[in-house]
Design a protein around this ligand. Sequence first.
Ligand code: SF4
Length: 422
Amino acid sequence: MERYQLEDMEVIFDCAGRDDWGKFSFPVWYGIPVKVNWRGYRVDFNLRGGLKRLTGTMSVWPDPQSSLKRTEGNDFIYYGTSGYEFSYDLIKNYYMPFNGIYESDLFTENPLEGRHVGQALDAFDGLVEAAGRLAASALCDRPRDFLKKVAARNRVTLAEDAKTLHRIIGTNLPVLPPDTIDVDYEVIPLIVTEGCKSNCRFCLFKSAGDFRVRSRQSIAAQIRAVKDFYGADLVNYNSVVLGQNDALAAGGELLTGTADMAYDLLNLSASYHRGRPRLYIFGGVDSFLAADDSLFEGLERLPYSTSINVGLESPDQETLDRLGKPLRAEKVRESFRKMQEVNRCRRNIEVSCNFVLGGDLPSRNVEAIKTMLTEEKTTKGKGVVYLSPLLGASQRREVLREFRAIKMASPLPVFIYLAQRL
Ligand code: SF4
């Protein structure tokens, strides 16, 4: 580590955080940020000088277990533990990520509205100003150059930065695959398809328009522009998400071609994070059932660990009809069987699935999910089942009761998905 003290600001370079995306019940940081300590606040910056994470000493930040993270989409996520002692069992993470965008009835309060959060963001504005002043008087190149970058990224320009990323990929990602919680949602987005073939009535996440696949040329241009955007901070990533909601329908050649090109151009083999890079893909039931051996063999040969998340929603026909999902329950069950088969046979691919809970769905929904999961006898420790409470229509107590009933009956790991976006 290299430390510099400039008046009341401490700047620390080369802060090697965890490189394994491990889950811990105490605060850790991932990757290599630049840490700045100023007036009680502890602020992590990415290597481009953008705000990444914020916490502080007890004088300014009341809960040392909690932190505020900024995403590259310029959303803030509040990570806290208070009141969620069983959060790992619930969501596969010791910290509950609250983004304030998709209000989940699981949260009893809005931590982003806490007074200390507002004060911390005001303090960040002050830090950015101070960085500009201190950069002008810094004697050494390294802190001077870095503080200039910090000074150029106030809250307004950070919002512009996020717009630039969304312009490059041509959209935002209204929802990330649930498995991205395994890398703390730190994924590089690349869009290969848009729109959705199903247009389910209940869905709040579908991207606009008819389903379409982007051309190879536009994807290649996207990867090159994304590389420039992340710049020096690329080393902090080893995960790519291929959007949007049914990217699997792009077909094996486009998926593997995109993943290979991203691996090379984004230099993922040089990532700070150890282990195989991760590739995240959403798939619809039809595209998953249509995916043949050649598609899975192509993904299997990639230098990634690939996670495919399939939106099954419910094995109960009445529930599917209530959701406005144009799908037969038999296909859901067939997809679930195929999910187990892929998980058994493919070493570098893991398929997870989603079901919905809550709202005024028929009570048979939970029973049908339990029955289908219980019938699965041959898990190999792969294949997570995520339960998504219908947003704005689910009672906390009811969702928790249904979640526990399914979790206790299931031989597969079961978690709630709290939707995140980018
Ligand atoms: S298939 Fe999935 S993404 Fe598409 S509309 Fe239905 S629920 Fe939404």
